[in-house]
Ligand binder design. Structure first.
Ligand SMILES: Cc1cc2nc3c(=O)[nH]c(=O)nc-3n(C[C@H](O)[C@H](O)[C@H](O)COP(=O)(O)OP(=O)(O)OC[C@H]3O[C@@H](n4cnc5c(N)ncnc54)[C@H](O)[C@@H]3O)c2cc1C
Length: 404
């Protein structure tokens, strides 16, 4: 009989793990996936395109129902796991129903951060994490509601863009002195701001929200400097927190995320975690590529093969049409690194390549991202770049032609 393997969470990491397991260990496990959201696993990354009206919600499903069935997966969705009993190898879902497991995988993702300010509980304060949020935001935009988006990272920018495109007047508040400061340096952040403003979004930097105003529902936002912005709704996009509560309550060691080793094993035997809820070597990733790399390793491990996850080089792409932004690796550089920079503000183009020890270690591109994947590949492979150094700034075609 197959060994029982239960995956908690029916998101992107879980779907990829099932996919990888089917390739290397089909039939070895009786797999059950239990997910809180009331629909089949979908591509969360594409929620921004759904909000922007560029993709229909039904098109983002990762796999149809028969794909799961064909792989013998028991799928429960619209169903939250409430408790895990590690000792009894059992978990509880709604109605106190119990499910037993031999091996367990946490793939519970993250929750949006709630700001710790007065007014955050008012009606009209929303987040941008799942497809129910998108339905709500689209209703706001259709009603031409005035929206304040808090957070000028990838998520906040994509929320602001989608809402503005759908017709809502949008103000974007960002605490820092530049947009996407975790991915962009100062000139790239400044260029991005001007490109975003051209999309009709009002951007306020160094804007610290002190409270959300209103009696029962949102009427505006007040900043620390006393400035007030009238609004009918507030979207919080100021970060995420790994969803670790279930694991923590089960006594599994957690830090910011559920702590895992190179085999994605938690501190508890036969219990694993991957994706945004996991913390590997002190890092909780907030992107999908690391989750996919982890899924590959975990499937190999569960198949009894030797495999180890050594961490990921992350890259970010902003999905705002007409505003191309890419960032990867150590884009700020260190004391020992050099940077090649092309800054053509009038053409809306900025490129920075960071080189250390004869290798490309980071890149920022705004405007033209044609060669983004080529740069990313070079960063990941750590190959020496001496032969193409002087031409690589002009892109793959130019550099390889000269090298040939
Ligand atoms: C709008 C948006 C745009 C994004 N754009 C990008 C991008 O451009 N590039 C990129 O790399 N990443 C992007 N991301 C992040 C990316 O979507 C995540 O990194 C990825 O979804 C992580 O996969 P996961 O499976 O770990 O978590 P999730 O996909 O969040 O899945 C976790 C699932 O677990 C469920 N769950 C939680 N607790 C329980 C429980 N107790 N019982 C049952 N189920 C539970 C949740 O409901 C959820 O469905 C974006 C995210 C959003 C929201």
């Amino acid at each position: 009989m197959s060994e029982s393997l239960v995956i908690v969470g029916n998101g992107m990491a879980a779907a990829r793990l099932v996919d990888e397991l089917a390739k290397v260990a089909l039939g070895r496990y009786a797999v059950a996936v239990i997910g809180d959201e009331p629909r089949l696993a979908y591509n969360r990354v594409l929620l921004s395109s759904v909000l922007a009206g560029e993709t229909a919600s039904h098109e983002i499903e990762l796999r149809p129902a028969d794909w799961w069935r064909d792989r013998g997966v028991t799928l429960k969705y619209g169903c939250a796991v409430r408790e895990v009993d590690v000792g009894r190898r059992e978990l509880k879902i709604a109605n106190e129903e119990s499910i037993s497991f031999s091996k367990l995988v946490f793939a519970t993702g993250s929750n949006p951060l709630r700001l710790n300010v007065p007014g955050v509980e008012l009606t009209g304060v929303h987040t941008f994490r799942d497809s129910r949020d998108v339905d709500l935001l689209l209703t706001l935009a259709a009603g031409k509601k005035r929206v304040v988006v808090v957070g000028g990272g990838l998520l906040g920018l994509e929320a602001a863009y989608g809402l503005a495109k759908a017709g809502a007047p949008v103000t974007l508040l960002h605490l820092m002195d530049r947009l996407m400061e975790r991915q962009l340096d100062v000139p790239a952040g400044a260029l991005l701001k001007s490109l975003v403003e051209k999309k009709g979004i009002k951007v306020l930097l160094n804007a610290s929200t002190s409270r959300i105003l209103g009696e029962n529902r949102v009427e505006g936002v007040e900043l620390n400097d006393g400035q007030r912005i009238d609004a009918d709704a507030v979207i919080l996009a100021a970060g995420i927190r790994p969803n670790i509560m279930l694991a923590k309550e089960a006594g599994i060691p957690v830090n910011r995320g559920i702590v895992v080793n190179d085999q994605l094993q938690t501190g508890s035997d036969g219990i694993f975690a991957l994706g945004e809820c996991a913390e590997h070597r002190g890092i909780c990733y907030g992107l999908v590529e690391p989750a996919y790399e982890q899924a590959r390793v975990l499937a190999q491990h569960l198949a009894g093969r030797s495999a180890a996850y050594g961490g990921s080089v992350v890259a970010t792409n902003l999905k705002v049409s007409g505003v191309s932004v890419f960032s990867a690796g150590n884009f700020l550089g260190n004391d020992g690194s050099e940077a090649i920079v092309l800054n053509d503000i009038r053409r809306g183009t900025y490129k920075k390549l960071v080189i250390e020890d004869g290798r490309l270690t980071g890149a920022v591109l705004v405007g033209d991202i044609t060669d983004a994947l080529w740069y990313l590949e070079m960063i990941r492979s750590r190959e020496k770049i001496a032969g193409i150094r002087k031409d690589m700034m002009f892109g793959r075609a130019a550099a390889l032609q000269v090298a040939a």
